[in-house]
Design a protein around this ligand. Structure first.
Ligand code: ATP
Ligand code: NI
Length: 343
């Protein structure tokens, strides 16, 4: 693949084997500047929206509860979970672009230091790049070539932007297009280009590939792999476990706004016996090639969360204590799980 070679020339491949795989330890902090390997660590994150009911009554609606994840240098973490499980909101919380009526508790550390709003604004589009889920994030009033060039800090910005557009079959005239002139697939390739040309240490790609041809999907996944090879931490948000398994080192499974499991990709095999959480097993077994065994029920809505374990109402292992308290995240084998019964 021609453009993989191009990206290899652009970046210094530096993926140290020791950082691949799951590390739930976060003791080794300090940042890329000081050699830390944990780039992103999210602990006990909750996000609520203030909602106004009849009159001026306010109600907090929790959309993310006690969520934990970590990504090391050179590692690709896939975040999977059904629609509404909080994947995009996590991305927005990390970038500091949640709507004004959101309130956030817990901790988000980048290179060992807490991400304040000020730091988020400084790092956004520089060290931390987002490939947003919606193509509406392109600036409607700016030509797309110029938009991509704003993220290029080193070298000849025009040449770098042109090169990546060429690789994505975006002709020179596209440089001067405004977003409204793009097809959906073109807009998506331009959004991905923004992350590719950046020198980001952390790339968060929120469903980057829908609507793209299979070859373009492969090329794009190749790009993320190459970014990780140069030491970048990559979070790939996707509905699609199979895409995740193609490139990720580990997978975080989200359910109703929380992490129920983090597992190395090798655990997604057979009938899912190596997985820890009943929901991850159910997701895996619901795939057509794994027997299509869907479980009854639906993910609860944020305004109607059950007490205790959020999965308990659908869980065949649930006991009375599961509906009293949300289980804490704990390490289990080389992963983590939020379930008292998991072994
Ligand atoms: N601004 C908002 N105000 C209130 N609720 C919101 C807001 N934005 C998102 N939500 C709710 O938060 C929950 C999580 O949304 P989010 O967009 O993170 O889901 P997702 O996992 O990315 O889903 P999808 O796979 O469909 O993109 C959903 O129930 C959604 O309706
Ligand atoms: Ni989303």
């Amino acid at each position: 693949m021609r453009w993989i070679k191009w990206i290899k020339n652009r970046f210094i491949p530096s993926k140290p084997e020791s950082v691949v795989g799951l590390s739930w330890e976060s003791a080794d902090f300090g940042g890329a500047e000081t050699g830390s390997k944990t780039v992103l660590e999210v602990e006990d994150l909750s996000v609520s929206f203030v909602q106004y009911e009849k009159g001026l009554q306010q109600k907090q609606m929790k959309v993310i509860s006690s969520l934990d994840i970590a990504i090391n240098r050179g590692e690709i973490l896939a975040v999977v979970g059904s629609s509404g499980s909080g994947k995009s909101l996590l991305a927005h919380a990390i970038l500091g672009i949640l709507p004004e009526n959101a309130s956030v508790t817990g901790s988000i550390k980048y290179n060992g230091k807490e991400l304040t709003l000020q730091r988020q604004a400084m790092l956004r589009g520089n060290e931390i790049a987002l490939v947003p889920q919606s193509v509406n994030y392109l600036d409607p009033l700016m030509q797309v070539g110029a938009q991509v060039r704003t993220g290029i800090k080193n070298g000849d910005a025009l040449a770098v932007q042109r090169e990546v557009f060429d690789r994505y079959q975006l002709k020179p005239e596209v440089d001067r297009f405004y977003p409204f002139q793009l097809s959906g697939g073109m807009a998506r390739r331009i959004l991905i280009s923004t992350a590719i040309v950046s020198d980001a240490q952390l790339v968060i790609a929120d469903e980057p590939t829908p609507g793209l041809d299979p070859e373009v999907v492969e090329e794009t996944l190749g790009y993320f792999r190459e970014m990780s090879a140069r030491g970048c931490a990559v979070m790939l948000i996707t509905h699609d476990i199979e895409t995740a398994l193609k490139i990720a080192d580990k997978v975080a499974v989200f359910y109703a706004g929380t992490t129920v499991e983090v597992a190395p990709i090798e655990n997604f095999s057979g009938d899912g016996e190596a997985l820890r959480h009943p929901y991850s097993k159910a997701l895996w077994r619901a795939l057509p090639q794994n027997g299509f065994m869907p479980i009854p029920g639906a993910q609860p809505m944020p305004n109607n969360l059950p007490e205790g374990c959020l999965f308990a109402p659908r869980c065949s292992m649930a006991t009375s204590e599961c509906s009293i308290k949300q289980p804490k995240v704990r390490k289990l084998r080389d992963g983590m799980v939020r379930c008292g019964h998991a072994t």
